[in-house]
Design a protein around this ligand. Structure first.
Ligand code: NAP
Length: 249
């Protein structure tokens, strides 16, 4: 597709950063969204530009509708109509049983992970759908193996948010399938990124890796490869489906 433009939410670190860089290598103009870590976002964009690619950075909290509207308006103006969205921004909080969780924490996780993804997809559909005069496109949502495993004792709130992402992926895929938009998801397993430190255990992947059939954690690049395949024409007949990138877990 000529003029490929991708929005990667949470593109400053981890899986999002690997996805932004791989997308640039595959010819996308890239919007690297981030919430607070400007230096990390600029480093991703600089690396893309140094390699001859096109990238912008846009600060914005996916938990805030006004930020999402501004994010997509900026992309319209600076890169042109979006053709690919990766709903990657996602959060979890400290490991806890449900009986130790506050309503504030639960709502914060659900709003960022679920509402944020729904609203970003809404803005992408408005621009991509042939029903709205668009040229079509593809969306990939970041689910998690937690949607299947449930996150007991650690973060059932986060796992529930990823279960919602699975249902949303299936439903939106059917809703816009005849309008030129494919919607799929990846379910990463234990991937080496900063997110585990957010949960209070930076070494979580190494603690759990022996229980993975492949006996190792995964890399952000391994997840990015699956995401870019689902965005590409190579997967042109796949929609509403999932790739578990989890070493068999
Ligand atoms: P990470 O290393 O913690 O990075 C999170 C990224 O999201 C950062 O770029 C961060 O921006 C951004 N972000 C956080 N909250 C945001 C918000 N409210 N608005 C906009 N951006 C926000 O995370 P990761 O491990 O790469 O995870 C990426 C996705 O994969 C998440 O959806 C996660 O649930 C999913 N996942 C990860 C794993 C794993 O093992 N790592 C497993 C399964 C699923 P700043 O740099 O500005 O903070």
């Amino acid at each position: 597709m000529a003029g490929k433009v991708i929005v990667v939410t949470g593109g400053s670190r981890g899986i999002g950063a690997a996805t932004a860089k791989l997308a640039a290598r595959q010819g996308y103009a890239v919007c690297v969204n981030y919430v607070s870590n400007r230096d990390a976002a600029e480093a991703v964009a600089d690396e893309i530009r140094k390699a001859g690619g096109r990238a912008i950075t846009v600060a914005g909290d996916v938990a805030k509708e006004e930020d999402i509207l501004r994010l997509f308006a900026t992309v319209d103006k600076e890169l042109g109509p979006v053709t690919a969205l990766v709903n990657n921004a996602g959060i979890l909080d400290h490991q806890s049983r449900l009986d130790g969780m506050s309503a504030e924490r639960i709502n914060r996780v659900l709003i960022a992970n679920i509402t944020g993804s729904l609203l970003c997809a809404r803005e992408a559909v408005k621009r991509m759908s042939t029903r709205h005069g668009g040229r079509g496109g593809a969306i990939v949502n970041l689910s998690s193996m937690a949607a299947k495993l449930g996150g007991p004792g650690e973060y059932v709130d986060y796992a529930a948010s990823k279960g919602a992402i699975d249902a949303f992926t299936i439903g939106l895929a059917k809703e816009v399938a005849a309008e030129g938009i494919r919607v799929n998801a990846v379910r990463p397993g234990l991937i080496y990124t900063d997110i585990h430190a957010s949960g209070g255990e930076a070494g979580r992947v190494d603690r759990l890796k022996d229980a993975v059939p492949m006996k190792r954690g995964g890399t952000a690049e391994e997840v990015a490869n699956a995401i870019l395949w689902l965005l590409s024409d190579e997967s042109s007949y796949a929609t509403g489906t999932f790739i578990d990138v989890s070493g068999g877990r």
